[in-house]
Design a protein around this ligand. Structure first.
Ligand code: NAD
Ligand code: TDX
Length: 337
């Protein structure tokens, strides 16, 4: 059995990771440590919550005593750190919690990992640490770190710290830097679910600036399969970029969603730009493809249709987010046991 601590496993990517790994393998024991911030939703994990090789612990990765207790109680030998404050717009409104969770929290996990002789520490980072591209070029692992937002600078600081723990202490770490994800269970503050829900609710779709900022989109399961591979096969001390080579301007994503939902472009409203808005992200993922044999499996058009369909079929899931009821699910779940 591999005892893994998955942090932030009630968020979008972490919950998809846990559901995916528990469905596909029986050699893992997963402890999910999540603070259940506004972005954490235990309803994402309904298919996993009763499995015997899964435990949920509500708690903060900055809590040293709790983290130490978990490492010891569950003999943790692997850490996959998804926990983060993840929304750029929120980091612009207030950065403190981004540095607390993304930097201090990661430090707490690294120190506990060091004390407990772990076998692998996977830091789930982001392409945003590289800053912004012009019209040409791709981010490689050699691209200088040049973050532009409080969010991306907190993630960049964490990356540097994680790599330094390998250099200094020989801690077996790996860092992944993935592009923009889409799929089920994404919190409706991010572009794709926000635009789907606004369309379904007859609201305007706020496109920042000229709508020509470009993001490189990947289906969440492709990201999670890459993370699993990097965890098991990634060379310690290394960084792996993850991306599916599907660049799209924001306005084209929004128009695609409207077309799929049979609604007119009149719902689009151009609004004031995000301060410091990065213009373009695009990933060169040849390192993970050549060295670890990963490649994206999902075709963008199919996975995007599937994602839209998921939001259409799972209205109660997002209605409970809008009403705030999703935050009560934790109590229901744990008082019934
Ligand atoms: P998310 O905001 O949906 O989920 C984050 C989770 O972390 C939530 O469940 C939240 O409750 C938990 N959390 C926050 N602070 C915590 C703390 N102090 N202690 C314990 N748990 C805490 O984020 P996401 O989109 O799933 O992203 C997951 C990771 O992937 C992040 O590290 C993010 O930087 C990275 N990433 C995201 C994307 C993307 O497109 N969403 C792309 C590349 C990398
Ligand atoms: O209402 C909106 N209107 C709009 O035009 C929102 C929410 C976003 N946008 C634009 C801003 C970006 O150019 O859409 C693009 C995507 O925005 P987000 O969904 O906020 O994602 P982004 O800022 O690109 O960051 C995401 O990808 C990298 C994740 O939130 C990060 O956690 C990840 O590291």
């Amino acid at each position: 059995m591999k005892n893994i601590l998955v942090t932030g496993g009630a968020g979008f990517i972490g919950s998809n990771f846990i559901n995916y790994i528990l469905k596909n393998r029986d050699d893992v024991f997963v402890v999910n440590l999540d603070k259940l911030t506004y972005a954490g939703n235990l309803e994402n994990l309904k298919e996993s919550e009763n499995k015997s090789n899964y435990r949920f612990i509500k708690g903060d990765i900055t809590n040293r005593e709790l983290v130490d207790y978990i490492f010891q109680k569950y003999s943790i030998k692997h850490v996959i750190n998804f926990a983060a404050e993840s929304h750029v717009d929120r980091s612009i409104l207030g950065s403190e919690v981004f540095f607390s969770t993304n930097v201090i929290g990661t430090n707490v996990l690294l120190e506990a990992s060091r004390r407990n002789n772990i076998e692998k520490f996977v830091q789930i980072s982001t392409d945003e640490v590289y800053g912004s591209l012009g019209a040409e070029g791709l981010f490689t692992e050699q691209t200088p770190i040049s973050p532009n937002s409080p969010y991306s600078s907190s993630k960049a600081a964490a990356d540097m710290m994680v790599l330094s723990f390998h250099h200094t202490y020989g801690l077996p770490v790996v860092v992944t830097r993935c592009s923009n994800n889409y799929g089920p269970y994404q919190f409706p503050e991010k572009l794709i679910p926000l635009m789907i829900l606004n369309t379904l609710n007859g609201k305007k779709l706020p496109v920042y600036g000229d709508g020509l900022n470009v993001r490189d989109w990947i289906y969440v399961i492709d990201h999670n399969k890459a993370a699993e591979l990097v965890w098991e096969k990634g060379k310690v001390g290394e960084v792996y970029n993850i991306g599916a080579s599907r660049e799209m301007a924001n306005i084209d994503i929004v128009k695609l969603l409207l077309k799929n939902l049979n609604k007119s472009d009149d719902l689009i409203e151009f609004v004031k730009d995000r301060p410091g808005h990065d213009r373009r992200y695009a990933i060169d993922s040849s390192k993970i493809q050549n060295e670890l044999g990963w490649k994206p499996e999902y075709v963008f058009e199919d996975a995007m249709s599937k994602t839209i369909e998921w939001y259409l079929q799972n209205k109660p899931w997002w209605e409970r987010i809008i009403s705030g009821q999703y935050q009560e699910y934790y109590k229901t779940l744990y008082t019934n046991r």
